[in-house]
Design a protein around this ligand. Structure first.
Ligand code: LLP
Length: 420
């Protein structure tokens, strides 16, 4: 559940009217509820309270340093996938001992910075990456803590673009090859094997693929033990889905129960990397209607576009869109579209929408995960503000970009002359 609720036909986030925030910061903007974030973290984390574990929030889903700090303050860590996310996590004050670093393409420089920071472990995705880590660690005179991301070849039954655990996906080391890689790593002077990791996809709405992949990983851990390789950490990645439009994903408690049952007597610290399930329904994108027009179809043209929320265009994702005031009025089927010069720029298509007029506010719901974090400057649009509500107060946690920010770092070489 989340803290976006109507009071007298006006949408509130916790105790703040969404329209009051729009008045203060302009539109569009992302709005997050600290209460929802906190409750979601607690529900997830407490579901694993009876076993050693670290809930490492997947920064890629919503990387604002205030959000990273919020979760760190609740005892969480961070799952990062780039040097930029490491910088964010460190700036937010996340304990480096609770940072895990995933991703298929870490550079030597990123690996070095991660090792300097003393992160918990690097989740290694290829033999070549392992060789680079060995070289970097040797140069620094330390042992790099690593786990290997194995690819269990399990179908997560989700959108093809966000499936990662199939043999045909680019992620991880095929589980059949992994033993050889572990044995090689165990002989490397500057590698400390800590664990095994696995992440099969995102927006999973069934528990069975998680259990199936854990069963395979468990079998693999037994093989490792037979070879004298013990591990202290098992990283199960993220992926638990949320409800966008009638899906019925397992509750964190159900997910945790299934995982713990399959774990059985395996003793190690569990690392979990939830992203979407913590932030998805804790955030909304608030946008203003600019115009409406009717021809063959009815269009509601709003001031947020695919550069602000890419998910509908990219994955054909569904986000509920509701009027901020008087949500229960007569409806008409419409496309909700942005100002970007592409037909693919839509937030909703052929959707029954309240009959809204220019200047009214709309809230695009469930936009907390992979919303702002995937936004871009396409069409030279400054990225929008992010606002965090806490009770009856709101805080701008990222200022709206300006035109100056748009051209930051750009320059015109002298040979092009002075211009008009
Ligand atoms: N750990 C790893 C290694 C991952 O690759 C991901 C997501 C997560 C954790 C967090 O997964 P979550 O709990 O959020 O499902 N942009 C897409 C989602 C991409 C997910 C990429 N990896 C979307 O908007 O649906």
């Amino acid at each position: 559940m989340h803290d976006f609720q109507y009071k007298n036909d006006t949408l509130y986030c916790e105790d703040i009217a969404v329209s009051a925030v729009a008045e203060a910061v302009g539109t569009p903007f992302y709005l997050y509820s600290a209460a929802t974030l906190t409750r979601h973290f607690a529900a997830f984390d407490q579901a694993f309270a009876d076993i050693p574990h670290i809930t490492c929030f997947a920064a890629k889903s919503c990387a604002n340093i205030a959000i990273l700090r919020l979760f760190a303050g609740l005892g969480g860590g961070t799952d990062i996938v780039s040097g930029g996310e490491l910088f964010r996590a460190r700036t937010a004050g996340v304990d480096p001992g609770k940072i895990v670093y995933s991703g298929v393409g870490k550079t030597a420089a990123e690996i070095r910075t991660a090792l300097e920071s003393g992160i918990l472990m690097l989740n290694v995705e290829s033999e070549q990456e392992l060789a680079v880590i060995q070289t970097v660690a040797a140069g620094m005179g330390l042992k790099a803590p690593v786990s290997f991301r194995v690819n269990p070849d399990v179908d997560p039954k989700t959108h093809a673009y966000i499936s990662t655990g199939l043999a045909k996906n680019k992620f991880g080391i095929p589980i059949g090859d992994a033993l050889r890689v572990y044995l090689a790593a165990s002989k490397m002077a500057n590698i400390a094997i800590k664990g095994v990791s696995c992440h099969i996809g995102s927006q999973l709405t069934l528990v069975s693929p998680f259990v199936e992949s854990l069963a395979k990983v468990k079998g693999f851990i037994a093989h490792l033990a037979e070879q004298g390789i013990g591990i202290t950490h098992l990283d199960l990645g993220g992926g638990l889905g949320i409800r966008y439009n009638g899906e019925e994903p397992p509750l964190p408690s159900e997910y945790a129960r299934a995982i713990k049952q399959e774990l059985g007597s395996l003793h190690c610290t569990l690392i979990l990397e939830p992203g979407r399930v913590l932030v998805g329904n804790a955030g909304a994108l608030v946008t203003r209607v600019l115009y409406t027009k009717e021809g063959l179809k009815k269009f509601i043209i709003v001031d947020a576009g695919m550069n602000d929320l890419a998910r509908p265009s990219l994955y054909d994702a569904f986000h509920h869109i509701q009027a901020v005031e008087r949500p229960n009025r007569e409806q008409a089927v419409a496309d909700v579209v942005g100002p970007i010069c592409e037909t693919g720029d839509f937030l909703a298509r052929e959707r029954p929408m309240p009959k809204v007029e220019a200047d009214e506010l709309l809230a695009v719901m469930s936009a907390g995960a992979y919303g702002f974090s995937m936004s871009s400057n396409y069409n030279s649009r400054p990225r929008v503000a992010e606002v965090l509500v806490h009770g009856d107060a709101f805080h701008v946690i990222r200022a709206r970009e300006t035109y100056e920010t748009l051209i930051q770092g750009e320059s015109i070489p002298e040979f092009l002359g002075k211009g008009a």
